[in-house]
Write a protein of this length. Structure first.
Length: 551
């Protein structure tokens, strides 16, 4: 850069400077326009529940959808069976305005409706009373939102395989199910009785969806309809379709007790079959290892499939999306495959009811990667894996940023990395056995399994299993504050004094004293230990506790 010297600046340099200013202004406008455009491409999911949505409890959804790869449009109908919780005169569902509502019926009677602002309002012919069960059917169609950056900015992905065949998917974690079907777009309500999905695609393609395949009809017009029974509750964002010239890659799985006879299927595009076979060979070990730790894979009554997707990945229930490059990490497994699969427990078997608790899905998801290393390669390699995760923690905002949050508002990098370290630190605090039991209880107790959960539920389980109901300091400091806890160390003569920056924070510290590591209890946030003067001391040498040294 040239330093400006007033009148001595030659004419050509002035022009250059003004040119520079112009470039900066244009660039700023371009960046502003880009930010505006990206924002315009993101819809909300979750957040504060509108009264008309809070007034109903969804029991079942029958979704019929036909996907046209040439016109890039979808046409279908969603029939929602729901229990009325609060009296209602106008019912609501969410549906993106890009799609057009054609008819609405209530218990098979046509009803008047309006569709604006992403909401379908339905005038009920007879007001609904609490305790009643009703059926709301919405027929709709159009060109759905196209994903700008799946799976982060959602929508339909209209790709082609290397040989030019249509390769289609849809993601909805950030934008919500309402970008492609009329739904109650909120994580707190899952259809208790599951879903039935009918997917129609051109007959030369394979259409896949969630749940168990229960039938197939050749419609005689060049299209085929496949039917799917989702026999478990399912969160709206986990509903999906994958369409392509798929080829099944199969491998048997016999269960954690060796008494099952399951077939695990990866649906690959033809060009990737060799890669897919190589990767899929590791799947039985992954399923068994996670099953041993968390309880058997939760959806065997439906299926265990993974679809080769034209985007990176997403934890769609019983049909995870995998779109990575079939490369194993330094620990000998495909981390994208394992991460999405971990969500079959963390996100699918139990799903957060407020996106504010998003970290439960992602923190435990990332921690499960490390747990796989722990269970297959031992504690030292586990600690190495966690050390690598630690390098990506930012501490810029709290993991939980309030309540009634949208998915986009709750999404930060730290819900993954720092979330995993909260789990890791909890393991240190409780000890591995109590920790494992708490995790097992959270995933398998009937109060939580196949239901929606919250951080408060997890706190309750930990208190119950550990017998300690005094751990508020742990959750508050790690989840509700951005800055990590800091310890300080002072050594005078043979006295070693350790202190946390907050007396309420009582996390025990692992300290290496000479050649052994001791657990120093930090009651009142401090501790004093006697240490011979010449002995070397190191706080948390193995990386067990999410904390930093005070400056
Ligand atoms: Zn994830």
């Amino acid at each position: 850069m040239v330093e400006s010297r007033g009148a001595t600046v030659p004419r050509w340099l002035k022009w250059l400077l003004w040119g520079g200013v112009a470039v900066v202004v244009v660039a700023a406008i371009a960046v502003g326009a880009m930010i505006w455009y990206v924002r315009s491409q993101m819809l909300d999911s979750g957040g504060r529940l509108r009264p008309a949505l809070a007034a109903v409890d969804v029991r079942h959804v029958a979704l019929e959808v036909a996907v046209d790869p040439v016109l890039r449009r979808i046409d279908g109908a969603a029939t929602t069976t729901l229990d009325v919780v609060q009296p209602l005169e106008v019912a609501e569902l969410d549906l993106d305005d890009r799609l057009e509502v054609r008819t609405v019926s209530v218990d098979d009677r046509d009803a008047a409706w309006r569709h604006h602002g992403g909401v379908v309002e339905v005038d009920l012919p007879v007001p609904w009373q609490a305790g009643e069960r009703h059926r709301l059917r919405v027929e709709y169609g159009g060109e759905p939102k196209v994903a700008l950056r799946p799976p982060w900015i959602d929508g339909f992905v209209w790709e082609t395989t290397p040989s030019g065949a249509p390769w289609i998917g849809v993601t909805a974690q950030g934008d919500g199910c309402d970008i492609w079907w009329p739904c109650k777009d909120h994580p707190s309500d899952e259809p208790d009785d599951g879903m039935d999905i009918a997917l129609t695609v051109p007959s030369d393609l394979v259409g896949l969806s969630n749940g168990r395949p229960v039938g197939e009809t050749d419609n005689g017009d060049g299209t085929t309809t496949t039917r799917w029974r989702v026999s478990y509750p399912i969160n709206g964002y986990l509903v999906t379709v994958n369409i392509g010239p798929y080829v099944p890659v199969e491998i048997p799985y016999h269960g954690v007790d060796g008494d099952r006879d399951e077939t695990l299927v990866f649906w690959s595009i033809p060009e990737s079959v060799a890669d897919a076979e190589r990767m899929w060979a590791q799947m039985p070990r992954i399923v068994e290892t996670l099953g041993r730790r968390f309880g058997e894979y939760p959806f065997f009554d439906d299926k265990l499939w993974v679809a080769h997707a034209p985007y990176l990945g997403m934890e769609h229930q019983t049909l995870n999306a995998y779109g990575d490059d079939f490369t194993d990490n330094a620990y000998g497994f495909d981390v994208l495959l394992l991460h999405e699969f971990a969500h079959e427990w963390w996100g699918n078997k139990i799903s957060v009811r407020d996106w504010a608790d998003f970290w439960i899905h992602e923190g435990f998801g990332v921690w499960t990667e490390a747990a796989y290393v722990l269970d297959t390669q031992g504690e030292a390699r586990y600690l190495e894996y966690m050390a690598e995760v630690r390098g990506r923690i930012r501490n810029a905002e709290p993991i939980i940023q309030g309540e009634n949050l949208t998915s986009a508002a709750a999404y930060t990098g730290d819900i993954y990395t720092k979330g995993a370290w909260v789990v890791h630190s909890l393991r240190w605090l409780l000890g591995p056995e109590v920790f494992d039991e708490a995790v097992w209880t959270f995933l398998n107790d009937e109060r939580f399994a196949y239901r929606t959960v919250s951080t408060a539920d997890l706190e309750g389980v930990v208190a119950e299993v550990s017998g300690r109901d005094d751990l508020g300091w742990f959750w508050d400091r790690y989840l509700r504050r951005a800055d990590p806890p800091r310890w300080s160390i002072e050594r005078t003569g043979d006295r070693l004094r350790l202190a946390w920056d907050d007396p309420a924070f009582e996390m025990p510290l692992p300290v290496r004293i000479g050649d052994r590591i001791v657990r120093v209890e930090m009651s009142g946030g401090t501790a004093e230990v006697e240490v011979p003067e010449h002995v070397v001391v190191e706080v948390d040498p193995e990386g067990r506790v999410l904390a930093e040294e005070a400056e």
